[in-house]
Design a protein around this ligand. Sequence first.
Ligand SMILES: C[S@@+](CC[C@H](N)C(=O)[O-])C[C@H]1O[C@@H](n2cnc3c(N)ncnc32)[C@H](O)[C@@H]1O
Length: 290
Amino acid sequence: MSLPSPPVESSSAIAGRGIRETIRGLMSLVLQPIRSIRGGRLTTYTDRYRVACLLSWLPCNLGWLLRTFGSDKQRAEEHAYGPTYHALFRGFRYKRIKLMEIGVLDGASLLAWRAFFPRARIVGCDIEPKDRFAIGRIQTRVMDQSSAAELAKVGSEEGPFDIIIDDGSHLSSHQIISFYDLFERITPNGIYIIEDVQTSFWPGHFGGKNINSPAFQQTCVGEFLELAKYVNYSEFRSADQVDQRRLECAKRITRIAFEHNLIVIHRGDNNMPSNYERQARANNYWKDRQ
Ligand SMILES: C[S@@+](CC[C@H](N)C(=O)[O-])C[C@H]1O[C@@H](n2cnc3c(N)ncnc32)[C@H](O)[C@@H]1O
């Protein structure tokens, strides 16, 4: 009695199996180091940097990268900046951009930027030396963000920047001076972000004030709510008590967005003329015909 012959696999089925195995192999090559980061097994910063380089060629979500590398920017019960950052930075992803972040801590966010922007140069600035995190496309500078001289030095030596993120001291006065001193170092169409502005609302901490107090205007959120009025400076009908610093800055701001604990400022030419004269002419036209 002859045995039934085993089913013959077609050559396309064999090829399909080969492709699936190759994909599985490549996935484990990438996933293994990621599991190691999460399990705390990849302990050296250099190892983590290598994984960031590997991931930079995959279309990973930025929120996921921030969480994977351990930044509090995307962490339960801390912040959820990931989706906003992903949407804001998508257009810059594969460009040769320069990104500055104030506040390095343990370098977690620097690695996430490295993994998201494969061609970027990243400058991490901190009041404390963070040389141990300077590797490959990441460099670090010692800078106190409350010092105009230090902001000017780093700005002129390292700028211009496409993106600046202020995740430093979170003190209102520091957030304000850093913005006004660094905003001129942002490229046209660049973005400046201030994180953790909840401190503006906490009296007694970080220069915060009660929301009902007139002093609230001196806080970071208070300052940017005021600056937001100046985005429409061409519509002002009186120059009385107009603040010159805000006015000059607003000529280069196309948008200010407020989100939970974040302020996002978009740089661009803000030189649209007023609608006032045109509107007044139109009003007269219709008045004459009534
Ligand atoms: C919240 S941590 C940064 C976290 C990091 N960006 C991340 O997401 O992983 C704040 C950092 O700001 C730094 N810092 C505090 N005061 C500063 C100042 N005046 N100028 C610059 N950096 C400052 C601290 O040393 C600390 O490393």
